[in-house]
Design a binder for this molecule. Structure first.
Ligand SMILES: Cc1cc2nc3c(=O)[nH]c(=O)nc-3n(C[C@H](O)[C@H](O)[C@H](O)COP(=O)(O)OP(=O)(O)OC[C@H]3O[C@@H](n4cnc5c(N)ncnc54)[C@H](O)[C@@H]3O)c2cc1C
Length: 456
C-alpha cells in the first residue's frame, strides 16, 4: 500500500465513494475500509433517498426535517441539503442508478415524518443500488485505489494540522499514509451497542480519534433508535423493518392486538410509545402487521423484507412479525461546516461520522443518504479548490490551501509505531472513550433541558 497520496479517504460507504468520485481526476485518491468493501451501512439502506420534487415542496420538506429534528437543526445545512438534492439525483442517474418508475416516470414514496411523498427508492434495497453503482464507478477510475481490511488507527497531526493517517493494512503492517487532505467517512457507532441495525465493525473510530486529538465534536448525545427492527433471540445485527412499510400502511399492535400509536409520527416518538407498550405488556417486542398492504405490493416493493422475514419463520403477507426498537443512526459526530471541514486543518468529515447539524436531535427518514452525498460532494469540491491558489492561507476559513508536506514535520511527532503495539487494548480504549463522551454529553444535555423546563 502506498505511503504518500493526495487524498486519503477512510470509508467505502456512500459518503467516501461519492467524495472520491467528485475529486478532480488528476488527484491520487486512496480509499480504505476496515472490512470488505460492500460491508458498509450504505449498502443496507432500504427505504430510499429524499429529493425536492418541485419548488412548492421546499417549505414542507424544510419544516418536516426541522420538526423531526426537534428544531435543533442547523437551518443553513438543511436548506443546503434540500437545494442540492436535485443535482445529486441527476448525478446518481448519470452513474446508472435505477429508481422505481411507472410509465417511465419516477415514483415517490413516503415515510414517517414526511408530509408528502418525496422519496425515491429501488425495491427495498436502495442503498445497495446506489452504493453498488458508486463502487463500480470508483473501481473504473484510474486515480482511485481502494484497500479492503485496512484500518485507520490514528491521525498524523501536529499543531492542529492533519498530515494523513496511521493504518494497519491487510497484512497486519502498521504504516503511515501521508496525504494533503484526509477525509473521514467512517460511518456510525452501532458496533458499540448490543442491539443495532448497523454493521458491528462501525465503532465510531473517527469520533475516538477526534477526541484523542481535540477535534471539535457536536451533538454526540443525539443517537437515533429505530422503532422497528425484527425481534430475534439471536445475537448480531438486527434486521431493519423499513419505515416505508408503515408509510405504505403497516400498523403496530400491542399484545392484545390493539393499535396504540400513530405509526407515521417521527421515529423517536414511535420508539418511546413502543417502549412504553412493551413495558405495559411485559414483552420484549410489539407486533407489526402488513395486512393492509396488498400482497403484490409487498412482493414488489419489499421483496428483501419479505424474504428475510420468511428466513426467520414469518410470512408477512399472512401474519404479524415481532418488532423491537434498536440503535440505528448517529446524528452527532465530528463538527463540520458546509464544506465538510473540521476544526483541524486538512481534515474533513463527511457522512454519518460528521455533524453539520442537518438532522438536529433526530433524523428524518431517508435524509441520511442524501446528506452524505451532498456534503461529500461539497468536501470534494473544496479539496479540489485547495490546489488552485499560491500556497497562502484561505483567509475566509483559515484552512491551509498549500500542499502540506509531512516531511516538513519531525517524523517522531507524527508516526509513532510504538503507540500501536497493543491493538486490542487500543480498540477497547477507543470504544470506551466514545461511549463515555456520549454518556457525558447526554447527562449534560438532560440537565440543561430540565433547567430550561424549570425556568420556563
Ligand atoms: C439497516 C439500515 C437501513 C437504512 N436505511 C436508510 C434509508 O432508507 N435511507 C437513508 O437515507 N438512510 C438509511 N440508512 C442510513 C444510511 O445508510 C447511513 O447513514 C449512510 O449510508 C452512512 O453512510 P457513510 O458513508 O457515512 O457510512 P457507512 O456506509 O457506514 O460507511 C462507513 C465506512 O467506514 C469504514 N470504516 C469505519 N471505521 C474505519 C476505520 N477505522 N478504518 C477504515 N475504515 C473504517 C467502514 O468499513 C465503511 O466502509 C440506513 C441505515 C441502516 C443501518
Amino acid at each position: 500500500m502506498e505511503k504518500e497520496t493526495d487524498v486519503i479517504i477512510v470509508g467505502t460507504g456512500a459518503a467516501g465513494l461519492f467524495c472520491a468520485l467528485q475529486l478532480p481526476e488528476r488527484k491520487k485518491v486512496t480509499v480504505i475500509t476496515k472490512d470488505e468493501v460492500e460491508n458498509s451501512d450504505s449498502f443496507l439502506a432500504q427505504g430510499g433517498i429524499c429529493v425536492l420534487r418541485s419548488e412548492d415542496d421546499f417549505d414542507g420538506y424544510f419544516e418536516d426535517t426541522m420538526k423531526a429534528g426537534h428544531y435543533k437543526n442547523n437551518r443553513d445545512s438543511v436548506a443546503m441539503m434540500i437545494r442540492s438534492s436535485g443535482e445529486i439525483i441527476d448525478l446518481l442517474l448519470k452513474y446508472g442508478v435505477e429508481f422505481e418508475r411507472r410509465n417511465g416516470e419516477l415514483v415517490y414514496t413516503r415515510e414517517g415524518g414526511h408530509s408528502r411523498p418525496r422519496i425515491l427508492f429501488h425495491e427495498d434495497i436502495t442503498g445497495k443500488e446506489i452504493t453498488g453503482k458508486l463502487l463500480a464507478q470508483a473501481k473504473s477510475r484510474g486515480n482511485i485505489t481502494i484497500y479492503e481490511h485496512t484500518e485507520m488507527i490514528d491521525l498524523l497531526c501536529k499543531n492542529n494540522i492533519c498530515y494523513g493517517i496511521a493504518a494497519v493494512d491487510s497484512q497486519g503492517e502498521i504504516l503511515p499514509v501521508r496525504a494533503e487532505h484526509t477525509v473521514l467517512a467512517c460511518g456510525g457507532i452501532g458496533g458499540l451497542y448490543r442491539h443495532s441495525t448497523n454493521f458491528a465493525h462501525l465503532t465510531g473510530d473517527g469520533i475516538a480519534l477526534a477526541l484523542r486529538h481535540k477535534v471539535q465534536l457536536q451533538d454526540v448525545n443525539f443517537v437515533q433508535i429505530h422503532p422497528t427492527t425484527l425481534y430475534s433471540e439471536k445475537p448480531g445485527r438486527r434486521f431493519l423493518i423499513s419505515e416505508s412499510v408503515r408509510g405504505e400502511g403497516a400498523v403496530l399492535y400491542n399484545a392484545k392486538m390493539e393499535r396504540f400509536v400513530d405509526e407515521l409520527l417521527p421515529r423517536d416518538v414511535v420508539t418511546a410509545e413502543i417502549e412504553k407498550q412493551m413495558k405495559a405488556d411485559g414483552k420484549p417486542y410489539v407486533w407489526l402487521s402488513m395486512e393492509h398492504i396488498a400482497k403484490e405490493d409487498i412482493l414488489s416493493h419489499f421483496p428483501n423484507i419479505y424474504r428475510r422475514c420468511l428466513e426467520e419463520g414469518y410470512d408477512v403477507t399472512k401474519e404479524c412479525i415481532p418488532v423491537v426498537p434498536g440503535q440505528h443512526y448517529f446524528m452527532g459526530g465530528i463538527q463540520s461546516d458546509l464544506e465538510g471541514r473540521t476544526s483541524m486543518k486538512g481534515l474533513y468529515a463527511v457522512g454519518e461520522t460528521s455533524c453539520n447539524g442537518v438532522h438536529g436531535a433526530n433524523r428524518l427518514a431517508s435524509n441520511s443518504l442524501l446528506e452524505s452525498l451532498v456534503f461529500a460532494r461539497r468536501a470534494a469540491l473544496d479539496i479540489g479548490l485547495g490546489e488552485i491558489p499560491d500556497g497562502s492561507e484561505n483567509r475566509e476559513t483559515g484552512h491551509m490551501l498549500k500542499k502540506v508536506s509531512a516531511a516538513q514535520e519531525p517524523e517522531e511527532c507524527l508516526f509513532q509505531p510504538e503507540n500501536y503495539r497493543d491493538m486490542k487494548k487500543l480498540r477497547q480504549e477507543n470504544r470506551e472513550l466514545v461511549q463515555k463522551e456520549i454518556e457525558r454529553m447526554r447527562k449534560e444535555y438532560e440537565q440543561q433541558h430540565n433547567h430550561e423546563i424549570k425556568c420556563g
